[in-house]
Design a protein around this ligand. Structure first.
Ligand SMILES: Nc1nc2c(c(=O)[nH]1)N[C@H]1C(S)=C(S)[C@@H](COP(=O)(O)O)O[C@H]1N2
Ligand SMILES: [Mo]
Length: 321
């Protein structure tokens, strides 16, 4: 059945099941020293809890306690999102509340010792979580600073026991056109996919995000689990992941599949290479104020440049996009 507008009962129904599990996930996070705050359970439409000034929390990783810029207000980030499954505007936060993100199972397969499925709650309790403040740079030239809660992707890779033949990790988002209206648009190659090399996936910076602002991840941020690779353009940071596949073939990302010339596999932030439609030299912080210069690798070069030495010469500009 296809609804253009979801009837009220559907929203209520999914919300009540959701609340039970949501509270469960909050408990797990709280048990790991992450203050879970007041979650947005207020009503069928997304509503923000009362704002409190950001302060460091117990699980904060000291290496990522300061992004060199102020954290973007939660009220701004959580109402300006790219999540094309729910529409092509930035204003999808209300529609995204229909996503049933709890319970949630992730399939881990491909070139691994033994394929398996695991719930996000189990991943959280087996691996544990920490908080890191990261800069995020979208290829559309806006940027933000977010206090994420999550765990290193490297830990999940270790748990998956990939075979030595595996060279890449492919990520996939859910595909549920009944809930996500834009997934009824057949011209898009749903589901959204993205990929990283094994070196990138096991880089210390690659974070599997399950929370933000000390709370269980809001749906519009990609609940219950999304990737964040802060040295790459935002489209690499795939949301609401339900499958992780190890492979020897370079994965083709969602946007890459649509426009290879505009959205390449590597997509490392580079102020010297403009996108066809947007300059990459500067960026517009969502928090307001003047545009600021964009940094190579979004300022994370110390941790990631080594993975790409020599490659720019080899592949030229296409390397960056
Ligand atoms: N599944 C999915 N993941 C996605 C997207 C999307 O449309 N669908 N958009 C990407 C883009 S372009 C950006 S900039 C970030 C935006 O994350 P935010 O909305 O949490 O700021 O999510 C990325 N991950
Ligand atoms: Mo983006």
């Amino acid at each position: 059945m296809h609804y253009h507008k979801k009837p009220d009962w559907l929203i209520k129904e999914s919300r009540s099941t959701d609340e039970k599990h949501f509270i469960n996930r909050r408990k797990i996070l709280a048990g790991m020293g992450i203050a879970t705050g007041l979650a947005a359970l207020g009503g069928p439409a997304f509503s923000l809890p009362s704002q409190s000034p950001f302060s460091p929390r117990p699980g904060l990783n000291g290496n990522y306690a300061n992004a060199g810029r102020a954290v973007t207000a939660e009220s701004i980030n959580s109402t300006y999102n790219n999540f094309y499954e729910f529409g092509s505007s930035k204003n999808i936060h209300q529609e995204a509340q229909a996503l049933q993100s709890d319970p949630w199972t992730v399939t881990i397969d491909g070139m691994v010792d033994t394929p398996f499925q695991i719930s996000v709650d189990d991943l959280i309790s087996r691996i544990g979580v920490e908080e890191r403040i990261y800069r995020h740079r979208c290829v559309e030239a806006w940027s933000m600073v977010v206090p994420w809660v999550g765990f290193p992707l490297a830990k999940l890779v270790e748990m998956a026991k990939p075979l030595s033949r595996a060279k890449y990790v492919q990520f996939q988002t859910f595909n549920n056109p009944e809930v996500a209206s834009e997934q009824r648009a057949s011209w898009y190659p749903w589901p959204y996919t993205e990929g990283l090399t094994m070196a990138e996936a096991t880089n210390e910076l690659s974070l599997m995000v399950v929370g933000a602002y000390g709370k269980v991840l809001h749906k519009q941020f990609g609940a219950p689990m999304r990737l964040h690779t802060p040295w790459k353009y935002g489209f690499k940071s795939i949301k609401s992941i339900d499958r992780i596949t190890f492979t020897d073939r370079q994965p083709v990302g969602f946007w890459e599949g649509l426009q290879k010339k505009e959205y390449g596999f590597w997509a490392n932030v580079n102020p010297a290479v403009d996108h066809r439609r947007w300059t990459q030299a500067t960026e517009r912080p969502l928090s307001g104020g003047d545009r600021i210069p964009t940094q190579l690798y979004n300022g994370y070069g110390d941790q990631v440049a080594g993975m790409y030495s020599g490659m720019a010469d080899e592949i030229g500009d296409a390397f960056w996009r």
